[in-house]
Design a protein around this ligand. Structure first.
Ligand code: AMP
Ligand code: ZN
Length: 488
């Protein structure tokens, strides 16, 4: 007989191995995930990373852990772009739109929060902002300087990679060797200020065009990008916590530098397990703002992307994402989304049947083993695609019970119903909202159909056609029959 196990193995990017998950404090998990830079609407690729960590958060909750999930909002700071320039990306947009930086951030944060609701993501426990933690960032920088791992030049502060490398290993996460980095580096902005090419900014002296400026012991300026995550993760989760996550593209330099800052100030690597979610690709290439090959999470739901010829429901998109492991790349295509649409509807139908299934003395399948396979899949580094494959084995079983070709006992049906719906709703974060949507829509539809009926009685065909066409455009079909009018 298969036993249900709560054992969890996580692939740790730091060691390159799957390791048994053992939280620092029993039954509690501290998890930090790098959040969005809100100078534009997050694209579908950004959302994939956040949805994957939502699934990870959900499974930790399912296992009964008390999780403190912190995901920051980058609303300040200079980010080093691929050309090696330190850019204030939020300020750049604010200047263009002739508004303040925080107006840009606020606008896109409202939008981001709405996207989270649309895609059924649980809110983190804390969503701290970089601008709200300038003092904490300054204090950590001071600590790094005191420890001899940073230096001040002309109102800016740089992390001293060579001094750091004498005591710690720079490159421990990304595997990059300092000597190899030299070849990758072009002539950097402010290169002359740095003592060594791999040094990175902790604090940047204010430029005349900067939109946001703060006072610091080194003069007016603003923080480097990496330091905000060190300040906020340690403030809310302590100098060492369980899981640190983000997209794979953040592994270097962002996360490498976070480790250096943490070791350089507090003497330890901030996280026990480093987790990296892989990219959403478009035709094999990473979806990115700069490549212009992106579409927005709302466009795909509304059917207004240039790529797909029809809209897809958020549930279908989430389902499709869950069909790929979080460490694998995923390419969205019409074929994969259409297949996800079919798969999701098969799954919903099977769950609908659960309530009405007949029970028997005995079960023709080992239900305990089916349920154990759900836990086993997720316990193996959150393997959602294997979980879905196992769930579809259960769907087959449900359909054969419903067709009278298989049997299930009352106790087993209860176990299967509880666990199947919990994995689908609570862990994968899918919602089976058809019934509830219909019930919310019913009074509105009664009203609309009453107006249509009155219009028809008054021979106001224009109004009645307008209503019928409008409903059709919204995907609602109205049928007039002997027993009255019905809709679906
Ligand atoms: P950003 O707002 O650029 O800081 O990105 C927010 C998050 O989205 C980070 O964790 C990135 O690693 C992640 N990300 C960026 N592009 C993609 C992509 N194409 N697929 C998946 N995640 C991405
Ligand atoms: Zn970060």
């Amino acid at each position: 007989m298969s036993t249900i196990t709560n054992e969890l193995f996580i692939y740790n990017s730091l060691t390159g191995q799957k390791e048994k998950f053992e939280p620092i404090y029993e039954n509690r998990v501290g998890m930090y995930v790098c959040g969005p830079t809100l100078y534009s609407e997050p694209h579908m690729g950004n959302m994939r990373t956040f949805i994957n960590f939502d699934m990870i958060y959900r499974y930790l909750l399912k296992l009964g852990y008390q999780v403190k999930y912190v995901r920051n909002i980058t609303d300040a700071g200079h980010i080093t772009n691929s050309a090696g320039d330190d850019v204030d990306s939020i300020g750049k947009v604010a200047r263009l739109e002739q508004v303040q930086s925080l107006e840009i951030v606020y606008k896109y944060n409202v939008n981001f929060q709405e996207l989270q609701r649309i895609y059924n993501m649980l809110p983190p426990n804390i969503e701290p902002t970089a601008t709200g933690h300038i003092q904490e960032q300054i204090e950590i920088i001071e600590q790094i300087i005191d420890n001899g791992f940073a230096y001040v030049v002309n109102g800016s502060v740089y992390f001293d990679v060579r001094a750091y490398s004498e005591k710690f290993e720079y490159g421990i996460l990304s595997g990059r060797k300092v000597d190899e980095l030299a070849e990758e580096t072009r002539t950097l902005n402010a290169q002359d200020e740095k003592r060594f090419f791999a040094d990175f900014a902790l604090w940047k002296k204010a430029n005349p065009e900067d939109m946001q400026i703060w006072r610091s012991p080194w003069g007016n300026g603003n923080p480097g990008w990496h330091i905000e995550c060190t300040a906020m993760s340690t403030k809310y989760l302590g100098s060492q916590f369980d899981i640190h996550g983000g997209g794979l593209d953040l592994k270097f330099p962002h996360h490498e530098d976070e480790i250096a800052q943490n070791c350089g100030s507090l003497g330890c690597n901030p996280a026990k397990y480093w987790m990296h979610a892989n990219m959403l690709n478009v035709n094999g290439q990473k979806m990115s703002k700069s490549l212009g090959n992106y579409f927005l999470p709302k466009e795909i739901v509304e059917g207004t992307t240039a790529v797909f010829d029809k809209p897809y429901a958020p549930n279908v998109i989430r389902f499709s994402m869950m069909q790929a492991h979080y460490r694998s790349t995923l390419d969205f295509t019409s074929d994969s989304l259409n297949a996800a649409e079919k798969g999701f509807s098969r799954l919903s139908e099977a769950i609908d049947k659960l309530e009405k299934l007949p029970t028997a003395e005995t079960s023709s399948q080992d239900v305990q083993a089916i349920v154990a396979s759900f836990y086993k899949a997720m316990g193996d580094d959150f393997n959602a695609p294997i979980l879905l494959a196992n769930i579809f084995e259960a769907v087959k079983y449900i359909n054969s019970i419903s067709d009278g070709n298989a049997s299930i006992s009352k106790a087993d049906l209860e176990l299967l119903s509880t666990e199947l719906t919990s994995f689908v709703l609570d862990v994968l974060g899918l919602s089976l909202s058809k019934a509830s949507t219909d019930s919310k829509l019913a009074p509105v539809m009664d009203l609309v159909l009453d107006i249509r009926k009155a219009a028809r009685e008054n021979k106001d065909w224009a109004t009645s056609d307008k209503i019928r066409d409008g409903l059709a455009a919204a995907g609602i079909v109205v049928k007039d029959g002997k027993e009255g009018t019905s809709w679906s």
